[in-house]
Design a protein around this ligand. Structure first.
Ligand code: PAF
Length: 334
């Protein structure tokens, strides 16, 4: 059985931790605050299936508090003492938590058989981490699993999706191929639909374009994903954002599936009652991931001399809305 460290007990972190733990793996969950650790320990890590209503509880997961940045003094590596076989660190924190400081800390705590698996929306995090974590130890994961946090330690699984795993530096794929196979196999045994991807950048970009359409619009209009399909004017805005993103991706040589627009509409239908992660952040007064999603597109567009006027407008609106909700709580590894 495998060893997993899940960093962040948000919706995705909890979903993966409970399923992997139930499948018999050794799982530790790392949260930033001691109070959150105590809450989760008291209530247990739980996963509720939104469709069947059944509850899965993980009795096996060990929960550790990740000390605050200035208190990161303990020398302990993630996953305990280095054992046999790979140790996967699932990084399930928000983009905004991925800083140089976090990269340095993770690199210091990774044992020699550890692989870092990044589950973030948006772009930019892999470059930040690769400055500290050896790139051949970095795996990117793109998931379409739907989950929401309902209370401390409790996630609701709102829709099954697929998780693709690939090497963060595409050319290093062969170095991590055995680890990728192992990870995919264990995810499948834990009940996930998972596959290896030889072209993970393309998967990352396809999810990026979907997030860059759904997330800011739902956050600005304050509606669940499905309502974008019926609100007057929203369809035109979605299409404009999609077209601009597609033009940029093609200019950068990124391959997009021909039915990506259909897939985007299908995500809205399949997650119709979900409140997007950006809407949830905005409602809770947290900083959103706009800099990694729309901001990521705008940075790439700037480098290529391409204008993305609709994305720029949406970016400014979200920034203004975030500022209007002051004081913004920084995103944390909860
Ligand atoms: O960020 C999100 O909320 C999700 O990635 C998605 C696909 C937009 C569904 O809510």
């Amino acid at each position: 059985m495998g060893r997993f460290t899940v960093i962040g007990a948000g919706a995705l972190g909890t979903l993966f931790a409970v399923r992997l733990s139930k499948a018999g793996h050794e799982v530790e969950v790392v949260v930033r605050r001691a109070e959150r650790k105590a809450e989760i320990e008291a209530a247990g890590l739980r996963l509720t299936d939104a469709v069947s209503g059944s509850e899965e509880k993980s009795a096996r997961a060990v929960i550790k508090a990740f000390p605050r940045v200035r208190l990161w003094e303990e020398k302990e590596a993630f996953g305990g003492k280095d054992g046999s076989g790979p140790h996967f660190i699932l990084l399930a924190v928000k983009q905004s938590a991925i800083t140089r400081e976090l990269g340095l800390e993770l690199a210091r705590r990774m044992g020699p058989s550890a692989w870092m698996v990044c589950l973030q929306n948006g772009i930019g995090h892999l470059e930040t981490l690769a400055a500290h974590v050896p790139v051949e130890r970095l795996l990117a994961a793109v998931t379409t699993e739907g989950a929401m946090i309902s209370s401390a330690g409790e996630a609701v699984h709102t829709g099954s999706g697929t998780t693709w795993v690939g090497a963060a530096g595409d050319e290093r794929g062969e170095v991590s191929e055995i680890a990728q196979k192992n990870l995919v196999y264990w995810l499948q045994l834990a009940g996930f639909s998972a596959s290896m991807s030889k072209n993970i950048s393309s998967r990352i970009w396809q999810k990026l374009l979907i997030n860059a359409v759904i997330n800011p619009l739902t956050a600005l209009l304050r509606v669940p994903n499905g309502e974008l399909l019926s609100l007057p004017g929203a369809g035109e805005l979605m299409r404009a954002l999609y077209e601009e993103g597609g033009t940029l991706a093609r200019a950068l040589g990124i391959r997009l599936e021909p039915d990506l627009w259909e897939q985007l509409l299908e995500v809205c239908r399949r997650t119709a009652t979900n409140r997007s992660s950006m809407l949830q952040d905005m409602t809770a007064g947290r900083l959103t991931e706009i800099d990694a999603i729309t901001g990521g597109l705008l940075r790439e567009a700037d480098r290529s001399g391409i204008a993305l006027p609709t994305h720029l407008t949406v970016y400014r609106l979200i920034k203004a809305a975030e500022a209007g909700h002051r004081p913004c709580r920084p995103n944390i590894i909860d």
